[in-house]
Design a protein around this ligand. Structure first.
Ligand code: NDP
Ligand code: HSE
Length: 464
């Protein structure tokens, strides 16, 4: 579907100005007094959204042109203590799906799939627009949600789903709608960036750093979604879908998390003036060989210390966008945490509430290119391969022969006396760019060499 504003849904005799929902405000600003808002989930992000709505009520009213009236907050257990000091208990309900049918705008912040999906569909069915930060749901059920929003003639906004506070989706969806995006590369998971940063800076163990990230409100309810790269893969799918006007789901994204990154890897990276970052990379391949399509991948990679991505610290995110006419664009900011994420959520809420007031709609799904998802084996990258080898004549020649045999070219080789005992040496090989498939075969072939005692590590090098 094109990115033009969509027509409103079928006429509703109860409220001709706002067709699908009798409770919705009319189209003309002077007829609208309040936009009814329901918040589903009052945790790290939901709590901050409710706080912002309350504390900034007067400003938000002026910006929207109508009052944002909080009509309910869905919580999992009414017997739990109030999620927020001062919150009116009568607003609370355990019936998220029911509440979703009683508002003009529903803000879904429960994550990840059910009952979030059912509540969003109930909201659309009742003519409400939806704002969500739920990347897991969007990356797995995006087309279903877009279609339901389109059929109801309402908005679906999700700026907070990628990059937390960073405005990145609207720039791709709207500002770059006249350009051709070719590649996006970025740090899109705050938890893993925080964890790798602490491992690098303070030598912390992975588990301890993850615990800190949970305490700070960065991690998902199940932090393995962060550590194993699922969260970043969902975000990569959303970025690729918007950038390349194509449906890409989380299942189309090649995914490796940071669970296998060791203190040795971190130290070895530092020794060669690199840092390890979990990167999301989505790229559009032009026609030719391989055929046109989209490659989406998430994996740890070595980034040179001189590269701007290397200095992205803590839970910050940074996203590079390459477009044919615009060239390179960089977006940077807080990628996780309650308040930063709430900023993006409430920004979306203001936008869709304005649409309710004026009777307009934002862009819907744009998937007209329908490009195929290509396998990661076709991605172009470079590898740094760390080998423990026998310290004897002919080793370098044997290693070089195997690498050349896979059609891969060597950029640099560094040998240092091994810390592994007599007769062994550490050999670090950095390749030139080659396909992921050829590089993986190279690593497997090296592991089988008689002179190679161990492949101590193999990491992609990006950003040079
Ligand atoms: P939290 O786990 O802190 O909050 C989720 C809240 O929803 C909890 O209070 C939970 O209750 C509640 N909940 C769960 N099931 C139900 C239900 N059936 N009915 C009503 N309430 C329910 O998560 P976050 O606030 O961190 O994340 C919310 C969403 O925002 C997720 O989709 C997440 O991916 C996304 N997001 C989060 C960011 C962050 O930095 N935290 C950043 C960007 C996006 P209980 O605690 O009792 O289970
Ligand atoms: N768990 C996510 C992260 C939250 O750490 O980036 C922001 O999407």
């Amino acid at each position: 579907m094109s990115q033009a504003a969509r027509p409103a849904g079928p006429a509703n005799p109860a409220n001709p100005a706002n067709p699908a929902n009798p409770a919705s405000p009319a189209k003309s600003a002077d007829l609208v007094d309040a936009v009814k808002v329901a918040v589903l989930g009052c945790g790290t992000v939901g709590g901050e959204v409710v706080r912002l709505l309350t504390n900034s009520a007067s400003d938000l009213r002026s910006r929207v042109g109508a009052r944002l009236e909080l009509v309910g907050v869905a919580v999992k257990d009414l017997d739990e203590p109030l999620p927020l000091d001062g919150l009116d208990r009568s607003l609370l309900t355990e019936d998220a799906v029911g509440l979703a049918g009683r508002a003009d705008v529903v803000v879904e912040l429960m994550g990840p799939i059910e009952p979030a999906r059912s509540a969003i569909l109930a909201a659309f069915a009742a003519g409400a627009s939806v704002v969500t930060a739920n990347k897991a749901l969007l990356a797995s059920h995006g087309p279903e949600l877009y279609e339901a929003a389109r059929a109801a003639g309402v908005d679906l906004y999700f700026e907070a789903a990628v990059g937390g506070a960073i405005p990145i989706l609207r720039p791709i969806r709207e500002s770059l709608a006249g350009d051709t995006v070719t590649r996006i590369l970025g740090i899109v998971n705050g938890t893993t960036n925080y964890v790798l940063d602490r491992m690098t800076g303070e030598g912390l163990e992975l588990a301890d750093a993850v615990r800190q990230a949970q305490e700070l409100g960065y991690a998902e309810a199940d932090p393995t979604a962060d550590v194993d790269g699922y969260d970043a893969a969902s975000k990569a799918a959303i970025l690729a879908s918007l950038a390349f006007h194509t449906r890409i789901s989380a299942d189309d994204v090649y995914r490796e998390g940071i669970g296998q990154v060791t203190a040795d890897d971190v130290a070895a990276a530092a020794a060669t003036d690199h840092v390890i970052k979990l990167l999301a990379i989505v790229e559009r391949r032009g026609a030719g060989s391989p055929p046109e399509g989209v490659i989406a991948r998430v994996h740890p990679a070595l980034v040179p210390k001189s590269h701007p991505l290397a200095s992205v610290r803590g839970a910050f995110n940074a996203i590079y966008v390459e477009a044919a006419a615009a060239g390179e664009l960089m977006f940077y900011g807080r990628g996780a945490g309650g308040r930063p994420t709430a900023s993006a959520v409430v920004g979306d809420l203001v936008t869709v509430a304005r649409h309710k007031v004026s009777g307009t709609l934002g862009p819907g799904e744009s998937a007209y290119l329908g490009l195929p998802a290509l396998p990661v084996s076709q991605a172009l990258t470079r590898f740094q391969i760390r080998l423990v080898v026998k310290d004897q004549p002919g080793v370098l020649a044997a290693v070089s022969r195997v690498i050349a045999g896979e059609g891969v070219s060597i950029e640099a080789v560094r040998q240092t006396p091994g810390a592994h005992g007599r007769g062994l040496a550490d050999l670090t090989v950095v390749t030139h760019q080659a396909t992921e498939g050829a590089l993986q075969k190279t690593v497997a072939a090296l592991a089988g060499l008689e002179v190679v005692a161990e492949v101590a590590g193999a990491l992609r090098v990006e950003g040079e």
